[in-house]
Structure formats: C-alpha cells, structure tokens
Design a protein around this ligand. Structure first.
Ligand code: ADP
Length: 639
C-alpha cells in the first residue's frame, strides 16, 4: 500500500521556511531529532511501566549512523514509534499550536525564520534545513504494520507500508549537496557528529551510540604492538555522558552547558536571564532546574499560554507542563522538577491533591522569590531588566490575590520616581523619605516630565518629596491593595487630603475657608452637576486650579475601567473635587467678579472647571461651548 498526501497549508509554509532558511545555526537539526528520539523512548518506557501488554526493554538506545555513499545521516530509536494516523497528524501537520498562531501572525509580513526557530524550535521540520529528502521508518506498539514516510519538502509526502519488526523510529536525512555558503558534508564526519552530540545532547538519558572508526597500532599474535603498522577498528561507542544535567553537581555544569540545555529544551534563542538549580534532600528529595527567560514569550498573557514545569519522577518523564508546580504569577518561569517521591502512575487529576507535590511547589516558589531578592540585592541592573519584562506579573499577583500575596512580593516591586535615576524599591523610598514626610506619594502619568508638570505637584516639589511614577494600568489598584508599606500610607498626589501641611498652615487654611465661605459656596452651586466639592487647596502654590478625586476610585482607575472590554458598564466614576489656589491672582480676580458682577461668575467657573478637566486628560463635555466662552473672554479683556 502506498499513498500520497498533501501537507496542511501551515505545515507547507513552515517547510518552505526551513528549506529556504538562512538560519545560521543549521546544526541544531541534530539535537531536535535526537530530542524527538529521546522523547519517544520516554513515552515508550512510561507506557511499558504502566501498561501490562507492553514490555519494558533492557536497552534503550538512540543510534546514529552515517552512510557516505547515500550521503545520509540516520537517527534510530527504539521508542514509541508512530501509527499511520500519528504520522499524518504529527509529521503532516504542525502539532504545536503556538507555531501555528505565530505563522498566522506573520502571514502578511516577511517571514522571519530566525524568529520562528527561536520561538518554537521547529522540531522535526528542521531536518529540511540540511536535507533534500527525509525518510521516517516507524512502528508503533499499537500498530501491526510499520510505515515509511518520505518527503522532499514539496507539496506532498508519501506513506507506504514497510517491513519493520521492532518498535521505534528511524529517521534518514539525505544531506544536500554542498553550496558555496554552506558545507553539508560535515554532517557525514563522525567526529563532527560526535562533537555535536556532546555540545547539545550530552545530558540525554539514553545512550546515543555510533559505530566509530578508529585507527590503532597493529598487534602481533602475542598482543605486542607492531610499530609503524596500523589497523582500522570499528567499535560502537556511547557519545553522551547520559547524566541528566539536573542531576550533576553544580560545579560540573558549565554556564554554557546550562544555557544550551535551556535553549534546546525550552525553545528559546536567547540565553536565560537567570538559571537556578535546586537540589534538596531530606523530607523532600528532588532536583529542579529553573529558568527565567530574557524575553517574555509573545503569548505569555494569552489564554492559550500554558504555564508549568516539566515533571520527572526518578528520571522518568511524566508530563510536560505541570501547572501545579508553579503559581500563576510566576508563569514566566520555565524548568523541570525531578522528584523521587512521586508515584509514576500519578495522573493530572491526582496532582492537585498530592501533598508531596504541593510541598515541592511551595519550596520552589520560595526559591524563586529568594533568587529574585538576591538578584535585586547583588545584580541590580539585571534585576531591573527582569522587572521591566516580568514585574507586571508580581503586581498582578498582589491585585488578584486581594493583597494576600503582599508580604511575599511587595519588596520585589520597584518604581521609577521623580528624584531617582533608576527605579527604586519601596524600602529605599521609605529610607530616603524627608523628615516630616509621612506618606509614600505616587502619581499616575506616562513619564517623569508629565508628573512634574502636574499642578497637584506644586507643594510636593517644593518640599523635595519623591514621588513614585505609576505607568501600568494595574498600579493604582495595587496601591489600593497594599494600603501602606512599613506603616507609611500610600498617597496619590491628586486624591483626597495630602496631609502635607503642618498644624499652623492647616489652621490658616481653615481660617481662610471660613472667610471665603460664601464665595466658595457660590462656585459649588454653579458647578454642582460637575463636581462633588469645591475647596481651597492646600497643595497648590503656583498653579491656579486643579482637579482631584476623593479617596476611593481615582481618575486613573476611572480611565482604566473605561478602557476595559465592558467599557465600564457600571459607570464607576471618581468623585471630582475642584481645588482653588487662594494665593493665585486668578482667585482674586474671581472674587472680584463675584462681588462686582455675580452673573458673570458662572462663565468663569465653568471655564475654570474645563481647564482642570483638560489638565487631567479628561475630554470636555462641550468643547464648542468652551471655545466660545474663551473667545468672549479674550475679546472682553482686550476692550
Ligand atoms: P515536537 O517534538 O516539539 O512535538 P516535532 O515537529 O519535532 O515537534 O515532532 C512532532 C511530533 O512527531 C512529535 O510530537 C512526536 O509525536 C512525533 N515524532 C517525531 N519524532 C518522533 C520519533 N522519533 N518517534 C516517535 N514520534 C516522533
């Protein structure tokens, strides 16, 4: 039986990308194929241990062979193999949902193979970077029949039945002819292949073998070497050390090895920003390797993103993304855990209840938080790089847990401020607070200049208080959850009372309030539909007016809520308060208008309110009316 099938459209695109690849690191195809072989043996072994009808094998092996005549490199495993349907579904289609989405995204743009290889590791298809044709001979324990898949990377591939008694897969990579830019012959050299195995696949837990040709001094009948005479010896050698990298002592693993391992295992083309190896013994015995990537995966916040660590027990692979091992707010952490305490038969459903696993998860969470704290202490610039990419997750964790995660996470938060060059932690902020300052001030704005330009900053600037600059949507919500830090309350510079005046100054403001009561009441009456209050300001020194909100919902929150998918249907709004600067000339002018020509005060008051709205970045209810009033006033004043 023989059939010819067409590749799925997306697969064809990925294939084309591989065939025309300008990716310089083509040699990674070997580690991808070896890694597939190793996964296949993992799967077989796991089945054999858990299912009666499948025998456990004595020797698992990935064998490499070179056929110089056919210009072919052969990678053979005795793993799980593939049934007919699996060939169609796994080799004829892209299995990885991620790469599909990615391909969709770049549909109209120029396809960039570096990005796609980097983001997903293209697995099996990477063989087409070096080959003109690929054959896969495979037999699954679930199928009576064995098959050969073959493809030259064109529209279609062929599947035919073959004779193959043993379970497993043999991938035959027919190498391309050399070109000026690229030497493909090197993949026919034993020495080169063996060094690639060392470089990329040393930790693979199964022997990667190859019959190596060696030249040795000839020996005579008594076993004595005969000088000057050589013979060729062919001997099967194991090329890899087979010790999983996570089981090796820290001192025996170079940074490069760790980085290579990370990149291949987790399909990243950047070295990790942080790697952490954990070996614990005692009540809990497990090894873990944890990584924080340099860049966030493009789908980190999409619904399809699956967080989790790879789970092994006693060196046997159990599952790929065990989400119970990592809390959602650390979803960006990659890695694996190998425990000797878990049952091999553990199912996804049982994981949630497994006490042992919960304990491992909680120590892992602690290790990661400790490592972040260490980084913050010892390598601040690196920490800032981390925070820039992933800090938002820490913020969300405080918000989403309604503050429960506060103690764990708050010291890891850093903020840009108006006085400091680099972002600082809350602790540093508090340590640097001025003598009389008793609150942690913050302002929501896009950058430092925008904060400095805010009228509400007048007095804060004068006193030299530092102000946290909040730029993320979630920031103010986090402040609401935190409430205070080291007993210092958080205070928005444009919300509620600032508590910035001393007792004498406060008294003066109070006096002034009494004195100007009827004038202020009049303004309140005019603006009663727009603001909940009009008050004499204790935060303005240079600016004539500003708009603030009462404690509770802030302007920033109102804007964030309005930008939500439901468009703030509950119409949650900040309570607006108009503050006037009693020392400003404008205040005096208004008072004059109030006494001499009260009818005109209405126009002035409305104009003033509109200005305050504009400064806060709110739209005007009626811009035309605002403009007309403004014109009238200008004309009047020039008469
Ligand atoms: P990935 O390995 O990341 O899933 P690949 O494109 O490398 O992606 O492989 C696709 C699928 O083909 C694998 O998930 C596996 O099911 C199957 N496959 C590939 N190589 C082998 C093999 N040597 N033995 C059994 N199945 C394999």
């Amino acid at each position: 039986m023989q059939e010819v099938k067409k590749f799925k459209t997306e697969s064809k695109r990925l294939l084309d990308l591989m065939i025309n690849s300008i990716y310089s690191n083509k040699e990674i195809f070997l580690r991808e194929l070896i890694s597939n072989a190793s996964d296949a043996i993992d799967k077989y072994h796991y089945l054999a241990l858990t299912k009666k009808d499948i025998p456990v094998l004595e020797n698992y092996e990935i064998n490499l062979a070179i056929d110089k005549e056919k210009r072919a490199l052969i990678i053979e495993d005795n793993g799980i193999g593939m049934t007919h349907d699996e060939i169609v579904n796994h080799l004829g289609t892209i299995a990885k949902s991620g790469s599909l989405e990615f391909l969709d995204k770049i549909k109209d743009e120029k396809a960039n193979d570096i990005d796609i290889i980097g983001q997903f590791g293209v697995g099996f298809y990477s063989a087409f970077m070096v080959s003109s044709k690929v054959e896969v001979e495979t037999k699954s324990p679930y199928s009576e029949v064995a098959y050969r898949f073959s493809s030259a990377g064109s529209e279609s591939y062929k599947i035919e039945e073959i004779d193959k008694p043993n379970n497993g897969t043999k991938v035959i990579v027919y190498l391309r002819d050399n070109t000026e830019e690229e030497n493909y012959d090197k993949y026919l050299e034993q020495y080169h292949i063996s060094s690639l195995v060392k470089k990329y696949s040393d930790y693979v837990r199964y022997p990667i073998t190859m019959v190596m040709e060696r030249s040795e001094t000839k020996k005579d009948a008594d076993g004595k070497p005969i000088e000057g005479q050589y013979e060729t010896i062919n001997e099967k050698e194991t090329l890899n050390s087979m010790i999983p990298i996570w089981k090796k002592a820290k001192a025996d693993v170079t940074e490069e090895q760790l980085n290579n391992f990370y990149k291949q295992k987790f399909n990243d083309y950047n070295d990790p920003l942080v790697s952490l190896s954990v070996n614990t013994e005692g009540l809990l015995t497990y090894n873990a390797l944890l990584f924080i990537p340099k860049k966030a995966p493009y789908d980190l916040y999409s619904e399809n993103y699956e967080r989790g660590l790879q789970l092994y027990t006693k060196g046997v692979f159990i599952m790929d993304k065990c989400k119970e091992l990592i809390p959602d707010y650390l979803r960006f952490v990659k890695g694996l855990v190998d425990s000797s305490d878990l049952s091999l038969n553990i199912s996804r459903e049982m994981l949630q209840q497994d006490r042992q696993l919960q304990k491992i998860a909680s120590t892992i969470e602690k290790k990661i938080l400790n490592e972040l704290a260490r980084l913050q202490k010892d390598e601040y610039d690196k920490y800032l790089e981390f925070f820039d990419t992933f800090g938002i997750n820490l913020k969300y964790s405080i918000y989403q847990s309604y503050g429960q995660n506060k103690d764990k996470v708050q010291d890891l938060l850093v903020y840009k401020t108006i006085n400091e060059e680099k972002p600082i932690s809350l602790k540093t902020y508090v340590e640097k607070m001025k003598d009389k300052q008793d609150a942690i001030y913050f302002a929501s704005a896009k950058d430092k200049d925008a904060v400095l330009a805010m009228p509400q900053m007048d007095l804060v600037k004068k006193y030299g208080y530092d102000v946290l600059i909040l730029t993320d949507n979630v920031d103010e919500f986090v402040m609401t959850m935190l409430q205070n830090y080291m007993d210092k309350p958080f205070k928005s510079i444009n919300q509620g009372e600032l508590n910035i005046l001393d007792d004498n100054q406060k008294e003066e403001v109070e006096k002034l309030k009494d004195l100007k009561k009827s004038f202020i009441d009049k303004l309140k009456d005019i603006l009663k539909d727009d603001v909940s209050d009009v008050v004499i300001s204790s935060r303005l020194t240079d600016s004539p007016v500003c708009l603030v909100s009462t404690d509770g919902i802030s302007f920033e929150m109102e804007k964030v809520l309005a930008s939500m998918p439901d468009g703030n249907q509950n119409n949650i709004k900040a309570q607006r308060v108009l503050e006037l600067n009693p020392n400003h000339d404008l205040f005096k002018t208004l008072e004059k208008v109030y006494t001499s020509n009260p009818a005109e005060l209405e126009d002035y008051a409305k104009l003033l309110y509109s200005q305050a709205l504009l400064m806060e970045g709110f739209p005007l209810k009626d811009p035309v009316e605002f403009s007309n009033k403004m014109c009238e006033l200008m004309i009047k004043s020039s008469k």
